[in-house]
Design a protein around this ligand. Sequence first.
Ligand SMILES: Cc1cc2nc3c(=O)[nH]c(=O)nc-3n(C[C@H](O)[C@H](O)[C@H](O)COP(=O)(O)O)c2cc1C
Length: 361
Amino acid sequence: MTKNFWKELAARGPIVALAPMDGYCDSAYRQVCKTIAPNVIPFSEFYSADGLVHSKDLAKRVLPHADIEKPLIIQIFGKDPEKFRQAAIIIESYGVSGIDINMGCPAKKVVKSGHGSSLMINRDTAFRIVEEMAKAVKIPISVKTRLGWDNHDLLVDFCKGLENAGADLISVHGRTYKQAFTGKADFTGIYDLRQHLGIPVVANGDIMGYADGTRKILHPANRDTLVFPGEESVLGTGGGWKNLDGFMIGRASFGNPWCFLPDGHRPTLGEILEIMELHARLLIETKWPKGALEIRKHLVQYLHGFPGVKEYRTRLVHTESIDDVYGVTADIRREHADLLGMPLEPAQEAAFAQAWDQCNG
Ligand SMILES: Cc1cc2nc3c(=O)[nH]c(=O)nc-3n(C[C@H](O)[C@H](O)[C@H](O)COP(=O)(O)O)c2cc1C
């Protein structure tokens, strides 16, 4: 992958990415998302730059990936530019397509160590990290950050510094460090940032799916003059302002990898069960034995919102093997055969709920 990767991608349409999420975006999750939505660019959960340099074991455990995950972006965190440089070389040797630097994690432990969000206020270190990595590898370097520490006054300056240091893409979660996950994501500062940078800018925070993302990346001044995706490029500048280049979805993808699809596809119960089985198989294969326990939190999300599934949920949070998972999905198929082909259109959810309730007596 060349340094132009992000620019070329942005020129073809909105960048649609799976947001990096610790404890979620492992190889199995990324494969599931790519199986459903080949258009998505998967970001990994974050890994320690120091850990990758000092432990061969960590690199061997987290960097190998399946072809379907490509183009895969690996995210790392840390604070030492030299460790980032060495980690970048290791990551590149695994055939990864890009490296993302975490400059937005607000977790106390992370910030106290000088990692994540604290790089927004240790700017010289942040710029040196990007510079060292950009010089060391041929693959693109991106940064994921937040609006700022407690407001977005310094966002443009900070990101210009990152661009000058060699960053090829910036993604911004529309909350400050102080907000952590509270309040609503605000993209105002991100639209402004886009006017000042030559590299693509991706927005993140509270995006529910493809349609929501493509609407939110339009600069508000362009919204009246631009038509929507499929009719004309969303990268147009109808109102004279640059639009954002794409969006990242995190939490809305839990149990719903279909959220990345442009056509608003709503899965049937049958499709959902198949993907639950695929997810379980992949996670248990790639992360045995831990994966057999980790899969529980994913499986319950797939059935989120289906009324009358309490019983199955209880069983799903106690699975210990792939056979346990197959046992639950087989029972759902048998007991609700008439519902398997029912697409979950939003307008039909009430009907679906009713049908499900009836089935459950
Ligand atoms: C469980 C969880 C783990 C996360 N781990 C990371 C991480 O490893 N790296 C990172 O940059 N952001 C991480 N985030 C933040 C997300 O990437 C994203 O910025 C945030 O969830 C807002 O997007 P959303 O509203 O689409 O979920 C995490 C978020 C969640 C919920």
